[in-house]
Design a protein around this ligand. Structure first.
Ligand code: SF4
Length: 440
């Protein structure tokens, strides 16, 4: 029996790319590949790319250039590009970088084994279709290994919102929700492999509308309630949401579904109605704050997370002050913030840009405010009891690290605790990005 071939996957970008990389590794498992962490040991290299930031494509080309030596030393080495840059650039990648053998978009990676087979015949392989067949169905049969206590599970892909700065609708296509029955099946399979917490993924996950096992239209809330019936699945999370799709039943699930964790990532991007309009976000600062108010009324201890863009074209000082005011009003437990990044092909790309030094200064002020809020929320945990799902050993002897229900990293000296255990912890200390505690 020949030795298994080695696959090296490098993943950029969002949690959905992390999920996709796991699926690609499983797909290639069927073609006789096992994963390696050592690129020099690989028979095949796959870059699973992200297209969300400026120069994303250029970064991929410079990374590919670094494989020149490896390829010269081993001409049978196969090099592939997957993900959103593959979808956006397609054939252009092979034209610009001839050492690339394979380019596959996010909707076609279940076809990787047959594409790899074509390479063996000396051909190149390109597939950036939006195929009819369900890739998840094609991947279902693949053997699956034991895994850690947390997992991502894609339930929805694509987006129909067309925010003026975003490439996702172009690289991931329009919104598609997976059938609820398949998701429940995959979730049960994950629990059998040791998973206790699942994060449901979608570019616009709360717009989920999948067909139910017996027909009918299931919302995300209905799916969450059904998942909460899966034995052994203790925690459920979801990301990424749009404020306009925070439905009453989803907010009610936050109030009453014990397995739905009190953590919500709800991007807003700006606090200025003028800029929100120019971004085509289809909501106002006040409507966003109203949604936050309804969520907090339903689950007062919920930890809120947000996304912000500063320096969006035409943003004035007054617009930026509106954003700071909104952040003060919400009080975020954590948040992600970026300078606007021009994305080719998006409506905002050709508008008047904000001076980069102004954008830098605004980002610093915004991040200082967000860091202050994050520290205050973390400090407010000291003395409180939380429930921690332990994931791995910490750096100190006998130390274990996990996440609380608010998604805070928590470390505890607990030599008898194992990955996958869930235990009550009293928080004793708040650090820069994590908490310390003692088992109760
Ligand atoms: S809702 Fe999110 S994924 Fe959809 S277009 Fe807007 S930013 Fe992009």
């Amino acid at each position: 029996m020949s030795a298994p071939k080695k696959l090296y996957i490098k993943t950029y970008g969002c949690q959905m790319n992390v999920y996709d990389s796991e699926r690609m590794a499983e797909a290639m498992g069927g073609a006789g590949y096992v994963e390696t962490r050592d690129v020099s040991d690989a028979d095949m290299i796959l870059l699973n790319t992200c297209h969300i930031r400026e120069k994303a494509a250029e970064k991929v080309y410079s990374e590919l250039g670094r494989f020149r030596e490896l390829k010269d030393a081993r001409p049978d080495l196969k090099i592939g590009v997957a993900g959103c840059v593959a979808q956006a650039e397609g054939e252009e990648i092979m034209r610009r970088q001839p050492l690339v053998d394979l380019v596959v978009g996010p909707q076609s990676y279940h076809r990787l084994p047959e594409m790899e087979a074509r390479l063996a015949k000396g051909e190149k392989a390109l597939d950036t279709d939006f195929p009819e067949e369900d890739k998840f169905e094609a991947l279902k049969a693949r053997p699956k290994a034991r895994r850690g206590p947390t997992a991502f599970l894609t339930v929805q892909e694509g987006c129909d919102k067309f925010c003026a700065f975003c490439v996702v609708p172009y690289t991931r296509g329009s919104e598609v929700s997976r059938p609820a029955g398949r998701i429940l099946e995959e979730a049960s399979g994950l629990v059998e492999r040791g998973v206790r917490e699942i994060t449901l993924l979608g570019q616009n996950v709360n717009a989920y509308h999948g067909v139910g096992p017996k027909g009918g239209d299931w919302s995300l809330a209905r799916l969450i309630w059904a998942l909460s019936e899966v034995d052994g699945l203790e925690r459920i999370r979801f990301t990424t949401s749009h404020p306009n799709d925070m439905s009453d039943d989803l907010i009610e699930a936050h109030a009453n579904c014990a397995k739905l964790m009190p953590y919500l990532h709800l991007p807003v991007q700006s606090g200025s109605d003028r800029i929100l309009k120019r971004m085509n976000r289809k909501h106002t600062a006040q409507s966003y704050l109203d949604v936050i108010g309804r969520i907090r009324a339903a689950r007062p201890d919920i930890l809120l997370s947000g996304d912000f863009i500063v320096g969006f074209p035409e943003e004035t000082d007054a617009d930026f002050e509106d954003t700071l005011r909104l952040i003060e009003a919400v009080g975020y437990g954590t948040a992600y913030s970026f300078k606007y990044s021009t994305r080719p092909g998006t409506p905002a790309a050709n508008r008047a840009q904000v001076d980069p030094s102004v954008a830098d200064e605004r980002l610093q002020r915004l991040q200082a405010l967000l860091t202050r809020q994050q520290r205050e929320v973390q400090q407010s945990m000291v003395g409180r009891e939380v429930s921690v799902l332990f994931e791995k050993p910490g750096r100190q002897p006998g130390q274990m690290v996990g996440k609380s229900e608010y998604l805070h990293a928590v470390h505890v000296v607990a030599p008898d605790i194992r990955p996958g255990d869930i235990a009550r912890v009293r928080i004793s200390e708040s650090g820069a990005n994590s908490l310390a505690g003692v088992l109760i």
